[in-house]
Ligand binder design. Structure first.
Ligand code: FAD
Ligand code: GLY
Length: 378
């Protein structure tokens, strides 16, 4: 069995698979090691929204990064269909954010102004205008913010497609194999030890989402944030846009299905779905679309978002360990950010010039530097 690679990627979530895909396309020999099955964690729990506007209320480098990533999906969906034979179910029908009272409406007005300032389409609609587009919406609304350019995909299909496309280009995938140790000598990484064997590479990328923190220094740890979802099945399609209110979103899927998401519980990594969460989600879902009371519950699940203290991902080399990289901490937006993350990490690994703005915000050492600076100023 070949044990020598150019890069080893630890973690077969959407992030690890997207990075693998970019690297093999550039001619590298890549090994992906997944402790369980590709996409088994957050990457298949996600609702698949591409909320490059919907998830952001103010400007930041991550907002810019998200815009760039969203713009890649149209071509990517065609590319992955060709390379992997998988339809990632890219839909481009926008997100509607609902305000039920004046205070929520005021918030939406501020977000709309920010979005327009950033040259993004963002429309404040009256209830009548919104109901012309989505007649199943409740009429008990104050107003709606419509973001037509946010889309959605099937998170599970996207992850699988990245993985298959990477393998199609020669990546090797080992599932049911856990990386237990990184091999390092003289300030350099040279491979990994797993439950099965030892593999060698001059570059190792830790893309373990909310897990695998033990592989990296403590400064790069993630904060797990559990999210519970439901899948509803309808008699007929009721709406096409993603609908969103405080504490709940509804993402319409193929086959008259709707994902209702999601709770947000920091510090929890269990996968139980609690009755109280289901009750809250269903109440909010029906508040947005009363007819959902008649929907059938087809499925429920929980996943763990990889949060970080400043809600930015860690994307970069670990200081003092040459060749060791982190690509984790995508929190609520890993599906949206996966295409750009793959390209960004491949550029970093190849020592290509990268945006100083992104480097400053995402580099793995930013937390350690902040703590050091805080210590100096005491
Ligand atoms: P993961 O998908 O968790 O993958 C990490 C992988 O590493 C896992 O498969 C794990 O088994 C493996 N691993 C861990 N340790 C080891 C080890 N030692 N050895 C080998 N393998 C290891 N994002 C969006 O953009 N849009 C959404 O609509 C959206 N909705 C969400 C809804 C919910 C309920 C949740 C929970 C998340 C949602 N997200 C969404 C966020 C998104 O799912 C995550 O940001 C993204 O999936 C993170 O991908 P990842 O590859 O970093 O992590
Ligand atoms: N981005 C949606 C969620 O994390 O629930």
């Amino acid at each position: 069995m070949n044990k020598q690679f150019d890069q080893i990627i630890v973690g077969g979530g959407v992030i690890g698979c997207s990075i693998a895909y970019q690297l093999v396309k550039r001619g590298y020999r890549v090994l992906i090691i997944e402790r369980n099955q590709v996409g088994c964690e957050a990457s298949s729990a996600a609702a698949g929204m591409l909320g490059a506007q919907g998830e952001f209320a103010e400007d930041s480098p991550l907002f810019q990064f998200a815009q760039e990533s969203r713009a890649l999906f149209q071509d990517l969906s065609e590319e992955l269909r060709e390379e992997a034979g998988i339809d990632i179910q890219y839909r481009h029908k926008g997100i509607m954010k609902l305000a039920f009272h004046q205070q929520q409406y005021n918030k939406l007005k501020t977000v709309a102004a920010f979005q327009r300032e950033a040259d993004n389409a963002a429309y404040l609609l009256s209830v009548e205008e919104a109901r012309k587009m989505e007649p199943s919406l409740t009429d008990n609304l104050r107003a709606i913010l419509y973001l037509p350019n946010d889309g959605q995909v099937s998170a599970r299909h996207l992850t699988k497609a990245f993985c298959l496309a990477a393998c199609h280009h020669g990546a090797i995938l080992h599932e049911q194999e856990k990386v237990s140790e990184l091999l390092m000598e003289a300030g350099k990484v040279y491979g990994v030890r797993t439950t099965e064997a030892t593999y060698y590479a001059g570059q190792v990328i830790v893309a373990t989402g909310a897990f695998g923190d033990e592989l990296l220094p403590a400064d790069y740890s993630t904060i797990p944030v559990k999210g519970e979802c439901l899948l509803l099945e309808l008699e007929q399609e009721l709406f096409q846009s993603t609908l969103w209110m405080d504490g709940c979103y509804l993402v319409p899927k193929q086959g008259k299905k709707v994902i209702v998401g999601a709770s947000s519980i920091p510090g929890k990594t269990d996968k139980h779905v609690h009755a109280a969460s289901v009750q809250k989600l269903l109440a909010r879902a029906q508040k947005m679309v009363p007819q959902l009371a008649e929907a059938r519950i087809r499925n429920h699940w929980a996943g763990v978002r990889p949060g970080t203290a400043d809600e930015m991902p860690y994307l970069g080399e670990i200081p003092d360990i040459a060749g060791l990289y982190a690509a984790k901490g995508h929190y609520r937006n890993g599906i949206l950010l996966s295409p750009i993350t793959g390209i960004y990490m491949a550029d970093l690994l190849e020592n290509k010039p990268i945006s100083p703005l992104y480097n400053d915000c995402f580099r793995a050492s930013r937390q350690a530097n902040k703590l050091e600076k805080a210590g100096e100023s005491k």
